[in-house]
Design a binder for this molecule. Sequence first.
Ligand code: MN
Length: 233
Amino acid sequence: MSYVVSPPAIVCVPVTGKSERFPVHRIYCVGRNYEEHAKEMGFTGREPPFFFLKPADAIVAIEAGSTGRIPYPSLTHNLHHEIELVVAIGKGGRNIKAADAQQHIYGYAVGLDMTRRDLQNDMKKQGRPWCIGKAFDHSAPIGPITPAGEAGDVDQAEIHLQVNGQDRQRSHVSKLIWNIAETIEHLSAAWELQPGDLIFTGTPEGVAAVQPGDLLEGGVAGLGSLRLGIESA
Ligand code: MN
């Protein structure tokens, strides 16, 4: 096969304890999936889960023990951090029941759903798509994927984010409004999941702005931590 332009490289994420990497197909994200975060965004109560996507090449894969770097993105004056548990799909399917969801999971990682909040809020007000606020280049930093069998009880794990050593977000995955299995059930009713899909499961309360020069350190118990520096544009 030959192509009229160079085909894109396969986006991939390291896997703890393996030399093989996880190739990324799609990035699904769940909106407002922790109650206290829904409240800080001006919403209350449990609503049906909703989803948005980021392009696979928004991934910034951070190797174990190293610090990732992203440039401060264009057009925004309010870049927010959202620390999230990420689910990596190993076996695809459609209409997956929550009771069967576990067998579709390859593993878990720590990710950041970086958000141009000012642009997202403008789009919300106008009833327009969130893409410019959510799906920009370098908007999905992620650490290594831990295979499910080595990840411990992720459903109960603590999740946290510090910026320059100060606590910004600290909660537990058990506070997800729609847990991992329920999220897979809802998502696979709308799209056929494929091996290589990543699901950013939502962020707890405490989202706030970062500046060039800031160092973010986040983690989920059992999955290690992720470090990310914000550089000048
Ligand atoms: Mn998010």
